[in-house]
Design a protein around this ligand. Structure first.
Ligand SMILES: NC(=O)c1ccc[n+]([C@@H]2O[C@H](COP(=O)([O-])OP(=O)(O)OC[C@H]3O[C@@H](n4cnc5c(N)ncnc54)[C@H](O)[C@@H]3O)[C@@H](O)[C@H]2O)c1
Length: 336
């Protein structure tokens, strides 16, 4: 398969490294408006051709799919452009700045007969997949409560300075991942109540959010921030606790997964598969990026819908934008 990657900035380093690790990918072409970043990718990742104009790349290259790793305000234009050229498309999260934009992108891809997947990599961490398998096998019974807590003081602004300027911060940037996990473990959400705070005075948006979400079978509490001073700040490891009718499950630091079932605790250690390349973010990130990109290739080969297709991701985005509305108006937000 031949992939065209648009955007060669911070996070694209992980995408590009992962494409090199996937045997079905025979050729990588890149494009960045800052052509020096595209040239650097060429040197580092064995890229075949470099462009500084996305449309030129689409017109010149016989791509199987496009991988968009630009910041969200450019996503709609680029996804619709890829659809016009009849190319399947992966797009980074958050898919779009508004639900209207996101729906238009999903519709454009449907109309063009191309597949759209949102690069929602968190659920592809090995430990998260293992937890889901254990729950689906019935080990803890029926889940009725999930607590997901993403608290970090990691300086996200050093790699992504644009985050400090965004008036919507942690719900938009991290909430997309956290709500995807909430849905992965607990199913769809019927209503939510959110509170947001800005703790760091030097940024524009909210850097702390707490959301209570209701599901048919129970509730979730999702807390996320970019400003906690915690003892063990492992950034991309996500502490999760899930209670079920017959037991409970907990993802702890150091890739520890503990399952209590029939009053017996079984510990599992699920460290990420180690890849020697990728960005500074660590093993779980690289593992999840390789896994989701393998999933995508398999979906294209088998004609199946990706787990986090564009249509699926609209439900995650409803939770992001619903949380902003809930927090702004201090109301419970009902999700259709
Ligand atoms: N899944 C994760 O854990 C994770 C982590 C970080 C970032 N991200 C996401 O990745 C995306 C990119 O973030 P980043 O931090 O790498 O941004 P970045 O600013 O470092 O890189 C984006 C690149 O895209 C290029 N670009 C923008 N518009 C373009 C266009 N029309 N044509 C060609 N090139 C264009 C820019 O020149 C820039 O080099 C965002 O959506 C972000 O939310 C995901």
């Amino acid at each position: 398969m031949k992939v065209g990657v648009i955007g060669c900035g911070f996070f694209a380093q992980n995408h590009l490294a992962a494409w090199q690790a996937i045997k079905e990918i025979s050729s990588v072409i890149v494009c960045d408006q800052q052509v020096e970043l595209a040239e650097a990718a060429k040197t580092q990742f064995g890229v075949r051709q470099v462009y500084d104009e996305a449309e030129e790349m689409l017109a010149n290259e016989d791509l199987d799919f496009v991988d968009i790793v630009t910041t969200p305000s450019s996503h709609r234009l680029l996804v619709e452009m890829a659809a016009r050229y009849g190319r399947h498309v992966i797009c980074q999260k958050p898919l779009a700045p508004s639900i209207e934009d996101a729906k238009a992108m999903v519709d454009a891809c449907k109309l063009a007969g191309v597949t759209l997947m949102v690069h929602e990599n968190f659920r592809w961490q090995g430990i998260i997949q293992r937890a889901k398998q254990l729950i689906d096998s019935g080990r803890i019974g029926d889940p009725f409560l999930a607590q997901i807590s993403f608290r970090t003081g990691y300086n996200v602004y050093s790699n992504q300075p644009y985050l400090a300027e965004d008036e919507r911060l942690v719900l938009y940037d991290m909430g997309t991942h956290i709500f995807d996990l909430v849905r992965f473990f607990m199913g769809e959400v019927s209503s939510l109540y959110a509170q947001t705070h800005q703790v760091n005075p030097d940024i524009q948006g909210e850097d702390a959010a707490t959301v209570l979400l209701c599901h048919a079978a129970g509730a979730s509490v999702a807390a996320m921030n970019y400003v906690s001073a915690v003892e063990h700040d492992e950034f991309i490891q996500i502490p999760i606790r899930i209670e079920g009718s017959h037991g409970s499950l907990e993802i702890r630091r150091d890739y520890q997964l503990n399952v209590v079932s029939n009053k017996q605790m079984t510990p599992y250690h699920v460290p990420p598969v180690h890849y020697s390349w990728g960005s500074s973010l660590g093993g779980a990130v690289m593992e999840s990026v390789v896994n989701i990109q393998k999933h995508w290739v398999e979906c294209l080969n088998t004609g199946t819908e990706p787990h986090t297709s564009g249509a699926d991701n609209l439900k995650t985005l409803e939770l992001v934008f619903g949380s902003y509305e809930s927090a702004a108006k201090s109301i419970v937000c009902h999700i259709r």
